[in-house]
Write a protein that binds this ligand. Structure first.
Ligand code: ARG
Length: 462
């Protein structure tokens, strides 16, 4: 009884089941560094403002640093029975320093403490995720540079549509990932305001210096409203949104790789180190990594729903419901890091089967638009040219031919506008080479696109 933090008000021990139910140290224990970092800033400010003595402040700071070192080294283990990481650190400090330790929590509440801890923790996580995404982008750009001439079919409705290059396809993902980085940076920027000093909800009567703690912890400024300071979890939702989109991109890419690995496509072959076999079918080589990424996208989206639903009915200010924020956002962050970390080396070791891509591009009449465009460039209205080409495609299908192998007589039978130069106009190489509109797949246009992406990445990292 004596060691309960709120022993004064209560005449009974908390029920053991309730204690376990209430406790969050199993998942918020991972924030111990950030909790101690926040407490050191708070203790510094208390000393500087004369709220506690300079000596006590220094002793508290030294004690906190020792606790940090001891947890880091494994000498001090987190107590699974503590209510949360905040209570644990404070209790440990008091165990070590006696009465001096009890002064740390002056003018502070766990409500502003947990809010500052989580912001500090997620700021570090965002930096790590950004680094991983940058590495993925660089890997993709490197691959794109090698494949500006690798022709493959581009698809709509998963039907072969028009010819593109593998580089062009890869670069589409680079732009998505660049936007992901931008979103992460935006989130980090908006999140970087300091709730410390909001107290439980209504600030404090002590003459604190909130700017000092905010500066010490590297925040842009203190949060302007103490109620908002303790009850805002927008940054968790926002970060989870950014992560859900990032996962969506990885998941779409994964889905394509799963297709490309199949015998039906055979555009790529995963390195043996990044595929798995079957327990019964000896011939199998399964793209488990990409399937797991696709699957984990669902759980990251689930985390977002958890956060949004948890927050939607909460009155101001703090409510214990908010303790549920951490498992959700930690799960999202952990899984995103795992996915990106595994995806990048899987891509860079993957074998690209250029011939199969090209063979697929040579079937499926993906040069039909170019055939119509050939007539248009000779003066025919597009709709007429479209109709004639459609008839020719039907004829090819009937005869088991392609537009490249259909005899010139068949062309001329449709219109005199066709000449022998049609074969050059509809060759795959011409079709790709000539698609040099800005953002298009021609090797020339893609090289410009790569340079643009590299500039953008440089700006984002500046
Ligand atoms: N473990 C709590 C959480 O994660 C810390 C804040 C507790 N505040 C309170 N008034 N019970 O939200």
């Amino acid at each position: 009884m004596a060691d309960m933090m709120w022993a004064g008000r209560f005449s009974k021990q908390v029920d053991a089941g309730v204690n376990a139910f209430n406790s969050s140290i199993a998942f918020d224990g991972r924030m111990y560094r950030h909790d101690i970092q926040g407490s050191i800033a708070h203790a510094t400010m208390l000393g500087d403002c004369g709220i506690i003595t300079k000596e006590d402040s220094l002793e508290i700071i030294a004690g906190l640093k020792e606790i940090l070192a001891d947890i880091d080294s494994g000498k001090l283990e987190l107590d699974p029975n503590a209510e949360d990481i905040h209570m644990f650190v404070e209790a440990e400090l008091t165990k070590r320093l006696g009465d001096v330790g009890k002064r740390l929590h002056t003018s502070r509440s766990r409500n502003d403490q947990v809010a500052v801890d989580l912001r500090l923790y997620l700021r570090d996580e965002i930096a790590q995720i950004q680094e991983l995404v940058v590495e993925l982008i660089k890997t993709l750009i490197g691959m794109a540079k090698e494949h500006t001439e690798t022709i493959m079919p581009g698809y709509t409705h998963l039907q072969r549509a028009q010819p593109i290059t593998f580089a062009h396809h890869l670069m589409a993902y680079v732009w998505m990932l660049l936007r992901d980085i931008e979103r992460l940076q935006d989130t980090a920027k908006r999140m970087n305001y300091c709730p410390l000093g909001s107290g439980a909800l209504a600030g404090t009567t002590y003459k604190t210096n909130r700017k000092q703690t905010s500066d010490l912890l590297g925040f842009t400024a203190p949060m302007a409203n103490s109620l908002d300071g303790v009850s805002d979890r927008d940054y968790c939702v926002e970060l989870n949104c950014a992560l859900s989109l990032l996962m969506t991109h990885l998941s779409r890419f994964s889905e394509e790789i799963i297709l490309w690995c199949s015998w039906e496509f055979k555009f790529v072959e995963l390195d043996d180190a990044f595929a798995t076999g079957s327990s019964i079918m000896p011939q199998k080589k399964n793209p488990d990594v990409t399937e797991l990424i696709r699957g984990k996208t669902g759980r990251v989206n689930g985390d977002l729903m958890t956060l949004l639903t948890m927050m939607k009915g909460l009155p101001l200010a703090y409510n214990k419901d908010m303790q549920e924020d951490k498992e959700a956002i930690f799960d999202a962050v952990d899984n995103v890091k795992l996915c990106v970390k595994t995806f990048t080396p899987m891509l860079s070791t993957m074998r690209v089967l250029k011939d199969n891509m090209r063979n697929a591009a040579a079937k499926g009449f993906i040069n039909a638009t170019d055939c119509a465009d050939y007539l248009v460039k000779k003066g025919m209205p597009f709709r007429d040219a479209y109709k004639i080409t459609g008839t020719l495609v039907a004829k090819c299908i009937e005869k088991g031919l392609t537009l490249e192998t259909l005899p010139i007589e068949e062309y001329k039978a449709m219109t005199d506008t066709f000449d022998n130069d049609v074969y050059e106009a509809i060759s795959l190489d011409t079709c790709v080479r000539e698609r040099k509109s800005e953002g298009g797949p021609s090797p020339e246009a893609v090289k410009e696109q790569i340079a643009l992406a590299e500039t953008r990445l440089g700006e984002l990292l500046a």
